[in-house]
Write a protein that binds this ligand. Structure first.
Ligand SMILES: [Zn+2]
Ligand SMILES: [Zn+2]
Length: 269
């Protein structure tokens, strides 16, 4: 990698279905990354339940091999590009996920596990879908399920890296869909997940995307990141970009986030 800093989490319109059709392609990110001297890792969504059944999914029917080929071609020219995937974890599909990691783990530079949905078609990271889910399942139950499943993902050790550990609070918070009184939304709960990552030697994402939403903070929050760093956690930084404007704006923040991480790690050595 050519540069000191790396943004590990960007999405393109050709490979991630949640990017607008006029959104960025590989080359758009590369141009800006080179200009601002930062390595860029493409971390496209890879969700088995859609990859297998949805013909419109870019990875449907062996699309992964085309993805790898395109990334390899880019890497021949640009030594600051990394190929990765944000792989969805499913409690009931661990064997298939392990097989996938066996087959492709070494073909990619970086793979991170994520949880966006555990009830098919109800991603908790899409506000409209979450609102519908809240009508069927209590907010407490949704939050509890999220933390349970996230813990299972960490303890499965399928992934060496995990994304946005408390993204359940993207829309469930005091400024948006309000948690009911019986909900446990404490930092302690997020810290506990972080500690399980430390125990299992899993790297945690410092995901900057929360600032786009009413919650207005990173995932996890800066305070939790500092706490976990002091307890020995390791972090990678991701802007979670779905547009070039946002990516460009995040670059100084990504660098700042690494400086924070490094200053605490140095202090602890
Ligand atoms: Zn994600
Ligand atoms: Zn993402």
């Amino acid at each position: 990698m050519r540069f000191k800093y790396t943004d590990y989490h960007v999405h393109t319109k050709n490979w991630s279905i949640d990017v607008d059709q006029d959104g960025p392609i590989f080359e758009d990110y590369i141009k800006i990354a080179e200009m601002h001297q930062i390595n860029v890792c493409f971390l496209e969504h890879f969700e088995l339940n859609y990859v297998e059944k949805d013909k419109l999914n870019p990875f449907y029917n062996g699309g992964i091999d085309d993805y790898l080929e395109e990334i390899d071609k880019l890497k021949e020219t640009y030594d600051f590009v990394l190929g990765g995937l944000e792989v969805e974890y499913y409690v009931d599909r661990e064997i298939v996920l392990l097989e996938f990691m066996d087959d492709y783990g070494n073909e990619l530079d970086f793979i991170a596990g994520s949880i966006h949905e555990w009830i098919h078609h109800y991603p908790i990271t899409t506000r409209a879908r979450l609102e519908e889910l809240v009508k069927k399942v209590s907010v407490k139950q949704i939050i509890d399920n999220y933390f349970e499943i996230y813990q299972k993902m960490i303890e499965s050790k399928i992934f060496k890296n995990v994304c946005h550990i408390d993204t359940i609070f993207r829309y469930i918070n005091e400024d948006d869909i309000k948690p009911t009184e019986d909900c446990n939304t404490s930092d302690e709960r997020v810290l506990e997940l972080g500690r399980i990552c430390i125990k299992n030697k899993i790297q945690i994402e410092y995901n900057l995307s929360g600032i786009k939403f009413p919650i207005g903070r990173t995932f996890p929050s800066k305070g939790v990141v500092i706490n976990l760093l002091n307890e020995g956690a390791t972090f990678f930084v991701g802007s979670d970009s779905h547009s070039i404007e946002y990516f460009t704006k995040q670059i100084p923040k990504v660098k700042k986030a690494y400086n924070l991480i490094h200053s605490i790690q140095k202090f602890n050595i």
